[in-house]
Design a protein around this ligand. Structure first.
Ligand code: COA
Ligand code: AMP
Length: 629
């Protein structure tokens, strides 16, 4: 069946569409109620069904006779470690670790924080939570103590799982001091911290709070999957909000399994016999959905790569993985390809490998710039597909659905709405835009299965943030247009979120840190265009009167504070001391205008500006710092 027909079915009769697709997964009890719409905007999919995330990721494949097939390939170019686990082997590890969690008192519904590098044990931990009905919350390793602490407090986690260290190309990331710092900052007390000791980098643990992974496993028994209601939660994944307080995106169990399994064939054209690789990190939504869950629900082979596109050891790292493991498709962020292109523009490394298995490249996380797409197409000679999605949805809102019908590429567009998503553009007067008219991108409710049913312990915030400005629609906070062929063009965010190397960050969170500096009177953080990372945050600070420290010391301290409190992943390296910040007469800082100036874009002098001279002062400051010419 062709794409348009399938898409229309999904929009005209979503219940029938998602009932049919729900037959493709394992249920203890099949749902009879497909969609409950009675409590708008809190829609519930499959509410009387019971199932288990881990059963669908592992056990079901063993039941179906493919237990000896490779489920997970781990490759760590920095340590040289490699491992292949079959579905049976992975299930054994998960079932034992689930027993270890039970021995520590973890019960169904308890929260478990996973703050770990990209090692198989992290995947084992995620699946073990699912096995016993615990809710995991993975925290990206590049976040610092403060961010970890806020997640411990909000989730009220019972247990924290971590490792002795992670490896970045230029340094070893010691988790122990970061964990110690977070435990000190958090008001909520976790009951146990379990450390995976990496060989040669073991750390000294303080019993009884801290124990090692091996100790936790020492008396553990194999553990079966528990029957979970479809609407109970598989995980919480915190993502940047418009303030410094992260939002706990929750994922219900049944809809997550149905939707993600459906995407593997329909969007990515991946079958059971294929090897699939998502070069992301389990700390991000792409890692949750496409390193761990979707490929395992599908029963194919997934690659877990503890490395980088460049520097581990060179710009051929991606080609080596594809050729060594016969990867069919890769999913990564455009920034990764920009990094490779920068280091190896002529593809010298590429020519050393045999990539005959490779059929398509998927990019997401930020807008894929046409230059990078065209470069990758020329080099790889396969379709390069930009698709658009968010932590909130867990799977693509728009894409070329390559398993249904390959559509033509329009460079700069993230292709068409995927079945399940009724995407519209709304103009400031709340009317629906005509083709090619710009506006806020929204999705008509109900959202399809697998998307977020609410925020962790924050129904009101869910309703107010996402479902109120445009009644009957989910507000994505992206802006853009849909063209005459139905192609979606994502142009910018409408809130303070920026995208740094595919990592979603809140400028508000960075501002909160800067304003804690005792010399800072006011600050503004904006994301400016960067050739490699897409965007980079820069800080403008105005100092309090009578400050006697020199500017250089203050800016260094500010940079260090952001590194310590948000984490190195913010890549926050530029702070400019300004005399005053440009504001409207009502006192709103004109961040948008400053960003346009910094990116050398045209801008209109805002009619409500308090004092236009300030913009000239800012221009001078940006020149001094070589941000503009
Ligand atoms: N744990 C601890 N620290 C981490 C980390 C992790 N998991 N990931 C990144 N960091 C640190 C880095 O070490 C670096 O620290 P430094 O300031 O001491 O050098 C900082 O955070 C910024 O890292 P990164 O964003 O990786 O930038 P980079 O300049 O080191 O590398 C790229 C640039 C393009 C190679 C890199 O950003 C990349 O691989 N991007 C792909 C992103 C991606 O997969 N995103 C997935 C979302 S879909
Ligand atoms: P995250 O929740 O971290 O996945 O970030 C989601 C945000 O990243 C979206 O709201 C967009 O702003 C941006 N994004 C993701 N994919 C794309 C894409 N293909 N094109 C443009 N922006 C994207």
């Amino acid at each position: 069946m062709k794409f348009q027909q399938i898409y229309n079915q999904s929009i005209e009769n979503p219940e029938e569409f998602w009932q049919k697709n729900s037959d493709d997964i394992f249920w203890f009890k099949k749902p009879t109620k497909i969609l409950n719409k009675s409590n708008h905007p809190f829609y519930r999919w499959y509410e009387d069904g019971t199932t288990n995330t881990c059963y669908n990721a592992l056990d079901v494949h063993i039941d179906n006779g493919i237990g000896d097939k490779t489920a997970l390939i781990y490759d760590s170019p920095i340590t040289g470690n490699k491992l292949k686990l079959t579905y049976k082997e992975l299930k054994d590890k998960v079932s034992k670790f689930a027993g270890a969690l039970i021995n520590q008192g973890v019960k169904k519904g308890d929260r478990v924080i996973i703050y770990m590098p990209m090692i198989p044990e992290a995947v084992v931990a995620m699946l073990a939570c699912g096995r016993i009905g615990a809710i995991h919350s993975v925290v990206f390793g590049g976040f610092a103590s403060n961010e970890l602490a806020s997640r411990i407090d909000d989730s009220k986690a019972k247990i924290l799982l971590t490792a002795s260290c992670g490896f970045e190309p230029s340094r070893t990331v010691e988790y122990k001091p970061l964990v110690d710092g977070a435990l000190k900052l958090a008001n909520h007390k976790v009951e146990k911290v379990i450390f995976f000791q990496r060989k040669g980098n073991e750390v000294k643990l303080n019993a009884p709070l801290e124990i090692s992974w091996d100790e936790a496993l020492s008396n553990s028994k194999d553990t079966d999957c528990v029957e979970m209601n479809s609407n109970e939660y598989a995980y919480i994944l915190y993502t940047s909000g418009t303030t410094g307080i992260p939002k706990g995106i929750v994922r219900d169990i049944g809809g997550h399994i149905v939707a993600l399994k459906w995407t593997m064939k329909n969007i990515y054209n991946i079958n059971k016999e294929d090897v699939w690789w998502s070069a992301s990190d389990i700390g991000w939504i792409v890692g949750h959905s496409y390193i761990v869950y979707a490929p395992l629900f599908k029963g194919c082979t997934t690659v877990l790569f503890e490395g980088k596109p460049v520097g581990t050891p060179d710009a051929g790292a991606f080609w080596k993985i594809i050729s060594d493991y016969k990867v069919k498709s890769l999913f990564t962020a455009p920034t990764a390809f920009r990094a490779i292109k920068k280091e190896d523009p002529d593809g010298k490394f590429f020519s050393k490998y045999n990539l005959s298995s490779f059929k398509s490249l998927f990019l997401a996380g930020e807008r894929a710039d046409p230059d990078t797409i065209k470069w990758a197409e020329r080099l790889l000679n396969v379709p390069v597909i930009d698709h658009w999605w968010q932590t909130e949805t867990s799977w693509a809102i728009s894409s070329n659905c390559t398993g249904i019908e390959m559509m033509k590429t329009k460079y700069g567009s993230a292709c068409k709405a995927v079945p399940g998503y009724d995407v519209k553009i709304i103009k400031p007067d709340h009317s629906i835009a005509k083709p090619n008219e710009m506006g806020d991108i929204v999705v008509k409710l109900p959202l399809p299965p697998g998307t977020f049913p609410t925020l962790w312990n924050a129904d009101d915030r869910y309703k107010k943030t996402y479902m109120t400005n445009y009644e009957g629609y989910y507000q994505t906070y992206d802006a853009g247009h849909i063209d005459e062929d139905g192609y979606i063009w994502i142009m910018s965010r409408t809130d303070d979120i920026i995208n740094v190397a595919g990592h979603r960050l809140s400028t508000g969170a960075i501002e909160e840190v800067l304003s804690e500096h005792q010399s800072v009177a006011e600050c503004a953080v904006i994301g400016i265009a960067d050739k490699l990372k897409g965007q980079l945050p820069i800080g403008l600070i105005a100092l309090k009167a009578g400050v006697d420290k020199d500017n250089e010391t203050i800016t260094k301290e500010c940079i260090q504070m952001v590194r310590d409190k948000v984490g190195p992943v913010a890549a926050f390296k530029t702070v400019i001391v300004v005399k005053r910040l440009p504001k409207t007469r009502s006192g709103k800082i004109l961040r948008g205008t400053v960003r346009k100036i910094a990116d050398s874009e045209d801008y209109k002098m805002p009619a409500t500006i308090d004092d236009p001279i300030i913009l000239d002062e800012i221009k001078e400051d940006l020149k001094k710092h070589r941000i503009i010419n």
